[in-house]
Design a protein around this ligand. Sequence first.
Ligand code: 8Y7
Length: 259
Amino acid sequence: MGVLNVTPDSFSDGGRFLGRESALQQAVSMVQQGAAIIDIGGESTRPGAAPVSEQEELDRVIPVLEALSGQLDAVISVDTSTPAVMREAEAAGAGLINDVRALLREGALDYARQSALPVCLMHMQGTPQSMQDDPRYQDVLDDVADFLLRRVEACQAAGIARERLLLDPGFGFGKTLHHNLSMLRHLQRFAQLGFPLLVGMSRKSMIGAVLDKPVEQRLHGSVAAALLAAQAGAHIIRVHDVGPTVDALKILAAVQAQE
Ligand code: 8Y7
């Protein structure tokens, strides 16, 4: 899964067109490099990020999705927690809902029930505004797995088929370095829950903390983390740097195909 950066502030018509053009180019390039899914989001969920209004999120995501729809040999995923964005994105051709709030926002579970799309349920402790101030767990593996399975139950109770669900432990979302490393060390546990497992560690602070490097120098660390996750059974890896990651995963696939 390749992360598509949607430029937030192109207000003039020309700017909007350029935004769509460059998004399409970026997406095509990621697909050429081996991405099977392109993830588009209009709400930054980085630690401390300011909330974005529903209209702003729609304005950022939907035009780009419309520009990409039918143009890519890939599934388009919409990174959103907002029911109206899910609805418009599905109508515009999205094939996956990637919700970092696991359908906990008002109306999201209801929308997902009516929708036909698969949904990735991610674990986050707290909110993007506060999640990195002193996150605590009794046991990060138990707590995250329990949360995800409770969200699966809520989905099933709402009438959403299990077959539509993917799970994600949410690296960096209300976790210390220790929590993140522990989740990666024991990722098999999440892979064994019985659902496709999605993970995203690309360029995140856990990579920066281990390497003591800024975000623009985290490529090799991110590829290493992606490889470890895939080896532990992750099915989908969300990354910024598709080409280098796909190379690493091809080596793993070749080795795993060997007797
Ligand atoms: C993740 C994600 C982000 C992740 C899933 C970033 C939208 C933060 N991270 N979605 N989104 N999993 N499913 O640094 O780990 O890319 S945004």
